[in-house]
Design a protein around this ligand. Structure first.
Ligand code: NAD
Length: 473
């Protein structure tokens, strides 16, 4: 049983003013494994004040100093990779292969930001003017539970690279992972106050950060619903806001696709992170003329996917993060059946091989219409919808007929055709015959999947404001 009763403010682990205790549960066993004492609004204000004090000196550090700091942070997180991996599996229930990737991703994002910073043009010319990219101020970074350390480190990396100081508000449900990552970041020995990490509830600590006049920039990853609330709150002080929100990403299987490649790609895209991924490809668009063939192959492939003990290396899908999330996924499975979609794999309830734990059966619906609830709303679990289309025009129309626009996948044997389709998809990223991540490329959503971009030079730019100097040359 882990007791977490410290938050991180001004370079030190301190007791929060907040007194609420929150249980941390292993989702694979439903056992309580820890308890966190949550910060409150007063703690948030203290953290903002520390970050504000640190900003004056930190914003004037030069590129080389910040690259050095990012490298130290990277080394410190690498040194804690095993502890982080353990926490990810124990507290989040990620299958071991995914958990290892997540633990490594948390350090990778720091070194990737250091490398982008090497070449970033802070000073440019525009006509006769000199344009200087200036750090915005104190950044509020609010992160979700589905990749705790990755989001904390990724947002922090971009903010620090730009010369901003930060207050991080991670999810209350990932406090064990947050503790490991905070201890690692502390070991890097950055100046006090440059980053502060306060775990607390969204409605208290998150709301305080979103409203605080000394926060100049907000970067939020989470649900579209909360993102809209944050944007409204931030409007009062005109904060710059980056929102990375939900998705309902299409996997467009073109009629020339090789199904032996497309089926595993569609399943990996859909069941990524146990289905708890904003970028999951949850709508699989299949040519009607080849629907039976596709269904046959995908049903056989799903039968091989194990949903169960995350520590078993054969497991592809771990538990849902909480009982609430499990109930929500069950609700959508029932709704799919009620709305007339045809269940071709999985269904309600737990998989046969498990007793306890918030496990879901890998579920596939076919004959889904794009106006059904399961095709429109983000389920955030391993539940996929197959939607048949007539021709490519219809496939593109269905793919774009969604309030979201985070990511899309295109499978085809013809790269030229795939590119032509990709060009017409309204999404921040389109992946053609691949699931590979590219850290140098921007990431973010069209439409209600968000505002702004993370990663690469675009990610650093989100923490900077251009200032034009006229007569300076
Ligand atoms: P959530 O929106 O409930 O919470 C995210 C964070 O916001 C948490 O730290 C939470 O405490 C905080 N929060 C809640 N209410 C708040 C408020 N009123 N003011 C300020 N902060 C508040 O999301 P979640 O359930 O933790 O994560 C799942 C969601 O995140 C999914 O919708 C998913 O699509 C989205 N997500 C998006 C991306 C992306 O990059 N686009 C990545 C991962 C997850």
């Amino acid at each position: 049983m882990q007791i977490i009763d410290r938050i991180y403010i001004d370079g030190a682990f301190v007791t929060p003013h907040g007194e609420e205790l929150f249980d941390l549960v292993n989702p694979a066993t439903e056992r309580v494994i820890g308890r966190v004492r949550l910060a409150d609004a007063q703690d948030a204000r203290r953290a903002v004040a520390a970050a504000k004090r640190a900003f004056s000196a930190f914003s004037r550090t030069d590129r080389r100093e910040r690259i050095d700091m990012l490298k130290r942070l990277h080394a410190a997180v690498v040194a804690k990779e095993d502890a982080l991996f353990e926490a990810i599996v124990e507290e989040y229930g990620a299958p071991v292969s995914r958990g290892r990737w997540m633990a490594r991703h948390a350090s990778n994002v720091l070194i990737e930001a250091a490398s982008v910073l090497e070449d970033y043009a802070f000073v440019r010319e525009a006509g006769t003017a000199r344009v200087v990219m200036q750090p915005l101020g104190v950044a509020g970074l609010i992160t979700p539970w589905n990749s705790d350390a990755g989001f904390i480190c990724g947002k922090l990396a971009a903010a620090l690279a730009a010369g901003c100081t930060a207050v991080v508000k991670p999810s209350e449900m990932s406090a064990i992972q947050t503790r490991v990552v905070t201890e690692a970041l502390h070991d890097a020995g950055l100046p006090a106050g440059v980053f502060n990490i306060v775990t607390g509830r969204g409605e208290t600590v998150g709301a305080e950060i979103s409203a605080h006049p000394d926060i100049a920039k907000l970067s939020f990853t989470g649900s579209t619903r909360v993102g809209k609330t944050i944007l409204r709150t931030a409007a009062d002080t005109l904060k710059r806001v980056t929102l990375e929100l939900g998705g309902k990403s299409p996997t467009i299987v073109l009629d020339d696709a090789d199904f032996d490649a497309a089926v595993p790609l569609a399943l990996d895209a859909g069941f990524m992170n146990s289905g708890q991924a904003c970028i999951a490809g949850t709508r699989i668009l299949v040519p009607r003329a080849r629907l039976a063939e596709f269904e046959h192959k995908i049903v056989r492939a799903v039968a091989q996917i194990q949903s169960g003990d995350p520590r078993d290396p054969r497991t592809g899908i771990g538990p849902m993060v909480s009982g609430k999330q499990w109930e929500r996924v069950q609700h959508y499975i029932r709704m799919g059946i009620e709305e007339g979609a045809r269940l071709i794999a999985g269904g309600e309830g737990r998989p046969d091989n498990v007793g306890a734990g918030w496990f879901v059966r890998p579920t596939l619906f076919s004959d889904v219409r794009n106006d059904m609830t399961i095709a429109r709303e983000e389920i955030f679990g391993p539940v996929l919808s197959i939607i048949a289309y007539g021709d490519t025009e219809e496939a593109i129309a269905i793919a774009n007929d969604t309030p979201y626009g985070l990511q899309a996948y295109v499978c085809s044997s013809d790269t030229v055709r795939a590119n032509a389709v990709a060009a017409r998809i309204e999404a921040g990223r389109v992946l053609i015959n691949t699931l590979a991540h590219e850290p140098a490329a921007p990431f973010g959503g069209f439409k209600q999947s968000g505002i702004g971009r993370e990663y690469g030079a675009f990610g650093i730019e989100a923490f900077l404001e251009p200032k034009a100097l006229l007569g300076a040359r």
